[in-house]
Design a protein around this ligand. Structure first.
Ligand code: ATP
Ligand code: MG
Length: 361
């Protein structure tokens, strides 16, 4: 039996503090049910409340513990009412991405039957694709470096060979792993190669990388056309890879397709570390009311277990991940569990209860 995994846990702010404990308890029950050892929990401070208390939003001790953990589980950080002296928002989760070199943003778009999204076609209830967003360069590399004068402002789009190679390679490996689990094994490069030199370069490096993966079918899409297809017939996709800004926009579109932010999990993965967190923020408007939907957090926890399973070749962790996903699916299956964000009455307590009741132990 593998040694227990050390998990760095960062509840953060707002609804993050309400959904973390239910998630960790669910994961521990799943791990036990799967016959694996319990997770070793390392609870850590970071975020706006930590900044208020200590003057630091991402304490060194937290970073050190994150570096040595096997995986990092993060809920949500930030509070518009608490800011740095220069007025900027406190977003240590983005700092962490750069500190730990988390270049691949993984955004699964998997619909949960019984939840329902905006698509009327029945195939809209059976979506299962993954968007990979490059997370360290593109237009975001211009943050703090853009220029602005009286009549002009500029930002620079930076695409590097190494940045594109490693994220393409990550996406091809994911497509490979999914193929082994029964998916078609296709990777779509999403760009705007017809207009921008930087994007033509992105596509060329994607093509070079593809040579190592002959069994994965390559496809291409211009980002505008892909946005249209994601609304018209998103079931045509398996895995997509794109640059930072396009990925930022398309991943919110993806969350919209499966019932909203409260349903959408994510991961930010690098060569040595990985952070798992729901797509949503700290939702200060509903914090403390019990209305938050913890589903995205549960599914992010399941992604963490699945990643640990793949990294450590550990089928028991994979089994635990599947138990969590199955429990979420079973809880929503008959359509009676409706979260507050979707007009229902179920909040943290009700959804936690329903998913735990559905967990096969
Ligand atoms: P960030 O900048 O940190 O991404 P944001 O400004 O995009 O944050 P969120 O905190 O994600 O905003 O919230 C956006 C809206 O979605 C809010 O109205 C919030 O209440 C709602 N929301 C977000 N997450 C959830 C959730 N888990 N359950 C219910 N409602 C949610
Ligand atoms: Mg947001």
């Amino acid at each position: 039996m593998p040694s227990p995994y050390e998990i760095a846990i960062l509840p953060g702010d707002g609804i993050g503090t309400e959904i973390t404990k239910p998630c960790v308890e669910l994961l521990q029950r799943a791990v036990t049910a799967a016959g694996a050892q319990p997770l070793r929990e390392i609870w850590l401070e970071a975020g706006a409340a930590t900044y208020q208390k200590t003057g630091e939003s991402l304490p060194e001790a937290t970073v050190t513990a994150c570096r040595s953990a096997d995986a990092i589980l993060l809920a949500a950080m930030g509070d518009p009412a608490v800011r740095y002296p220069d007025g900027t928002e406190i977003i240590p989760q983005i700092e962490l991405r750069f500190i730990l070199g988390l270049y691949a943003g993984v955004r699964p778009v998997r619909s949960i039957p019984g939840v329902g999204g905006p698509l009327k076609d029945p195939r809209g209830d059976a979506l299962n694709f993954v968007l990979i967003r490059e997370s360290t360069e593109g237009l975001f590399a211009s943050v703090g470096k853009g220029t602005r004068s009286e009549n002009e402002a500029t930002d620079t789009q930076l695409i590097t060979r190494e940045g594109t190679r490693r994220v393409s390679d990550f996406a091809f490996r994911l497509a490979q792993r999914r193929k082994a689990k029964g998916h078609v094994g296709e990777l779509t490069c999403v760009d705007k190669a017809n207009v921008f030199k930087s994007m033509a370069f992105f596509r060329d490096v994607f093509d070079e990388t593809s040579r190592a993966y002959p069994e994965i079918r390559r496809r291409y899409g211009y980002v505008d056309a892909v946005a249209l297809e994601m609304v018209k017939r998103p079931w045509i996709y398996d895995v997509m890879v794109t640059e930072n800004m396009y990925g930022d926009i398309l991943s919110d579109l993806g969350a919209g397709l499966i019932g909203g932010l409260g349903m959408a999990p994510s991961a930010d993965i690098g060569d040595d570390h990985a952070v798992f967190q729901p797509c949503h923020g700290s939702a200060p408007d509903i914090a403390g009311s019990g209305k938050a939907n913890p589903t995205a957090m549960f599914l992010s926890g399941a992604m963490m277990l699945e990643w640990l399973a793949d990294e450590h070749d550990d089928p028991l962790a994979g089994k635990a991940a599947q138990l969590v996903v199955d429990a979420v699916d079973a809880a929503y299956a008959d359509g009676s569990l409706v979260s507050t964000e979707r007009g229902g009455t179920a909040g943290v307590a009700e959804i936690t209860q329903a998913v735990n009741a559905a967990l096969k132990v």
